[in-house]
Each structure stands twice: as C-alpha cells, then as structure tokens.
Design a protein around this ligand. Structure first.
Ligand SMILES: CC(=O)SCCNC(=O)CCNC(=O)[C@H](O)C(C)(C)COP(=O)(O)OP(=O)(O)OC[C@H]1O[C@@H](n2cnc3c(N)ncnc32)[C@H](O)[C@@H]1OP(=O)(O)O
Ligand SMILES: O=C(O)CCC(=O)C(=O)O
Ligand SMILES: [Zn+2]
Length: 436
C-alpha cells in the first residue's frame, strides 16, 4: 500500500487518478466556506492583556498596534475602557492613530460599559455575556430572558450611535443550543453587525465547531466571529474549521497570548490559511512582518518565542536528516508546506550531525566552491558521522574539515588524510570518549 501524496492510500498504481488543482485546497468547493474570504480580529491588546505576564503601557500598545496594522489585520480589539482610566485613555490614543485596521473595544453587556466605550472614539464594540449555566449561576447570575432583553437594549443603543456592534455568548460550547440560537436570532433581527461564538474554556473540538457554526449560519444573516481558547490544543484547527463552516471573522493574538494558555495565535492561523489559499493570504497580509510583532510582544511579556513556533520558531525551517536534506536541496516542496521566503525567513540545512548524508555534505562543498568529487564527499561524510557520534559539529567544524580535506587532497595526501585533518579539539573529545 503506497501513499499517493494527495492524502489517498493506493495499492493500485495503474488506476487513473483525478487531476487535483492543488492538493492543499479542499477537493470540493463549498459556497458556505470562508477559507478564502475571512477577516482577523487581532486581540493582543485585549485578550493578550489578560495573559499572566502582560503589562502594556500606552507607548507599547501603540507600537504593537502599528506593527499589527503593518501586517494588515482587519481589526484591533482593545481592553474595555471600564477596566481602568488608562484603558479608556489607550482606546482614545489608538483610535486617533489613523490606522487602516478598524478599532474595537470589548465590553460587558451593560449600558454603563457601552456608554463609556462609545465615548472612547472606537469604531465598534464587541459586547459579550456568558450564557452557559456555569456563568449564569456563578458569574453574573442572570437568566436567558434578562440576557436577551439586556442584549437588545445595549445593541440598539450602540447602533443608534452609529457604531459597529458585535454580540457574543461567552462559553458558547457549554451553553444550551436552543438558548444560543434564540438569542442569536433575536440580535440578528435587530441588525447586530456580527454575532460571536466563544470557546472560553477551550473545550471544543473541530467537529463540534463545524456543527455549531454551520447551524448558526443557517439561522442568522449577519457575520459570524469565532474565538477559541487553546487549553486542549485545538485553537488553530477550530478556527480553520469555523471558517470552513461559514464563520467570517477569527480572533487571534500574537503568539496566542491570553487568559491561561491563550487563544488562536496570529502566526499559526496565517500559516494554516496560507496552505488553504496562499494567494488570498499573501495579497491581504504582509507575512514578512509577523516576526517583528512577535519579537515586540515576546520581549514585552518576557517570554521567548517557542522553539517550535509556527513560522518563526528557530527550527521552523531547519532540515536535518540526510534523506530530508537531499530532497529539500533538489526541491524544497518535498518537505516544506510553507515557503520560508514568503514569511521573510530562510531555510537551513543542518549537516554537522550523525544523521547527515553525503548529498547534503556535497551541497556544502559546492557552496564553498571546493571542487571535491562525490567520492570525496562520501569519504568526508563518514568522518563527520564518526566525529558527530561523540558530539554535534558546528558548521564551522564541518567547513574546517572540508577545507582541510580539500587542501590535503591538493597536496596529494592519501590514506589517513581525514585523521590528520580532524581538528585537535575534535580528536581530543573523541579520545576522551574512547578512554571512558
Ligand atoms: C472571557 C473573557 O475574557 S471576558 C472579558 C474579560 N475582561 C475583563 O474582565 C476586563 C477587565 N475587567 C475589569 O477591569 C473588571 O472586572 C471590571 C471593571 C469589568 C468589573 O469590575 P468590578 O465591578 O470590580 O466587578 P468584578 O470584576 O469583581 O466582577 C464582574 C462583574 O461583572 C458582572 N459581569 C460579568 N460578566 C458580565 C457580562 N458579560 N455582562 C454584564 N455583566 C457582567 C458580574 O456579575 C460582576 O458584577 P457584580 O459587580 O454585580 O459582582
Ligand atoms: O467576546 C468574545 O467573543 C470572547 C470573550 C472571551 O475572551 C472568551 O470568551 O474567552
Ligand atoms: Zn478569550
């Protein structure tokens, strides 16, 4: 049984296969899907401020807002002006920057919060209230009738002031489906701009997301925003599935920072969506600027960018094993779904280790313009493996070895040449290991 490379398993290679335009696109187009037409609500300055280490002063918020605007995110969501005097001031400052992104602030479903937010100069309000039995009992203590009535009052008021308004149910996936659909229907009827679904505790899986969003899509005519926490590792998959099911807007934060372990990360979502529709993503967003904003945020909240971060993790485009390295050097698409250059990053082939192969070593020989033969490259590769069985070699170590081999060969040395040219500290390390 062989894998055909398009996700199908086949044991009949003579069977004709249907041509596939792009293996990364869904096979059958779905008119309800928005994977080629979505908007990002970037919430680093709201959800991200709820991250344990976050403290953004006004200057830092402005720097982050500008860096996100440079990427081309559609909206920036800011902390509620009700949170503090400085939060209100920051809404005013960021709203007056003249950014391309629309500015939103996030408020409780409460007239006082709404009034304050409207005065802050933002373009729109994201209104939220919990609808699960947990939150109805232990957070605000209100029943569905009260919530519906209050939502209508608050939304009507915000609309009367000419602002965009979204209504979201906190903890949607642990709320009663009938409650959800009836409140969404009620707010859609009075002209809410968007409704929101929130996986507040990160409990949802992609299948549940698909079902809820698809059902909601058939009940409301307004846009649908989705917000996914990452407690169980589904935040990106859930966002993608939500778009497939007909959601229009996804909430993100830089590096995924937020309450607990956060939400859908901006970079990870963009990587996912790039594989689905590269043209749409590259025309709309400047992917080369993701790294800048991640560095700003990581520095500010005193974390390092994780080694395995989407796109910008230090090894995201490093290829190591000989089998991979050979194929990558022939055609990067063999083992890369993301082109690092589209993200302002570089590919790296690592060769100073025992998993290396002669093809990768030969490539380095060519980069150094040393003019060694395939046999020479194989010979040196064996030496690299021998040394790297003791400890990994730096690229400098490998280059020293290659240059010394080249020089020795020029001088007509044979036989024990590689032993002679191995650097003294490599030999000392090997000897020490042998003595143990
Ligand atoms: C899932 C999320 O991330 S939702 C967004 C979370 N964001 C924030 O909490 C913003 C930062 N928060 C704050 O600065 C403060 O909590 C404030 C200013 C909003 C409220 O502060 P306080 O008045 O001191 O109340 P406290 O935080 O202790 O409790 C929350 C209050 O909001 C009420 N409440 C909670 N959620 C909602 C809601 N969605 N809509 C309306 N009221 C709500 C609660 O009933 C409680 O009211 P109470 O005064 O009757 O006890
Ligand atoms: O307003 C929303 O939709 C989401 C609020 C939130 O942060 C959450 O529920 O986790
Ligand atoms: Zn959240």
């Amino acid at each position: 049984m062989s894998n055909t490379g398009n996700g199908l398993k086949s044991n009949d290679s003579s069977r004709p296969r249907e041509p596939i335009a792009s293996p990364y696109m869904p096979k059958y187009p779905d008119p309800m899907s928005n994977i080629s037409n979505f908007k990002i609500i970037e919430s680093t300055l709201r959800e991200g401020e709820q991250f344990a280490n976050a403290f953004f002063d006004t200057a830092k918020k402005v720097e982050i807002a500008k860096a996100l605007d440079a990427i081309g995110v559609d909206y920036l969501e800011l902390t509620s002006p009700a949170a503090s005097e400085q939060s209100l001031n920051d809404c005013r400052v960021i709203s007056s920057l003249g950014l391309k992104a629309k500015i939103l602030t996030h408020v409780r479903c409460h007239m006082d919060d709404a009034k304050l937010a409207i005065e802050s100069g933002v373009d729109g309000l994201d209104v939220v209230i919990g609808t699960s039995s947990f939150l109805r009992e232990f957070s605000h203590g209100k029943d569905m009738d009260y919530i519906t009535q209050k939502a209508i009052e608050v939304i009507t008021y915000i609309k009367s002031k000419g602002l965009e308004v979204r209504f979201s149910t906190e903890d949607s996936f642990r709320s009663d489906l009938v409650d959800l659909l009836s409140i969404y229907k009620a707010v859609d009827k009075i002209g809410v701009t968007r409704v929101g679904i929130a996986d507040t505790v990160g409990c949802a899986n992609p299948r549940q997301v698909y079902e809820l969003v698809r059902t909601l899509r058939s009940v409301v005519s307004c846009d649908i925003e989705c917000h996914f926490h990452n407690d169980t590792g589904c935040a990106i998959a859930n966002a993608y599935t939500a778009l497939e099911a007909g959601a229009t807007h996804i909430d993100t934060s830089v590096l995924g920072i937020g309450e607990r372990n956060g939400i859908t990360p901006l970079g990870g979502l963009l990587a996912r969506m790039y594989t689905a529709d590269k043209e749409f993503v590259m025309n709309k967003y400047d992917l080369t600027k993701i790294r800048d904003v991640e560095n700003i945020v990581a520095d500010s909240v005193e974390v390092t960018v994780p080694f395995n971060n989407y796109i910008t993790g230090y090894c995201a485009f490093t290829h190591k094993a000989g089998i991979h390295a050979k194929a990558i050097l022939n055609n990067p698409s063999t083992y890369e779904i993301l082109n690092p250059h589209d993200f302002g990053m570089n590919r790296y082939v690592s060769i100073g280790h025992r998993l290396t192969g002669w093809n990768a070593v030969k490539n380095r020989v060519e980069q150094l313009n040393l003019g060694l033969t395939d046999e020479d490259a194989k010979h040196v590769t064996q030496k690299i493996k021998e040394l790297a069985d003791v400890r990994p070699l730096s690229l400098d170590d490998v280059d020293t070895l290659l240059r010394a081999y080249h020089q020795a060969k020029d001088q007509g040395l044979h036989g024990e040449v590689l032993n002679k040219i191995a650097t003294p500290d490599m030999i000392a390390t090997i000897n020490a290991a042998h003595e143990k």
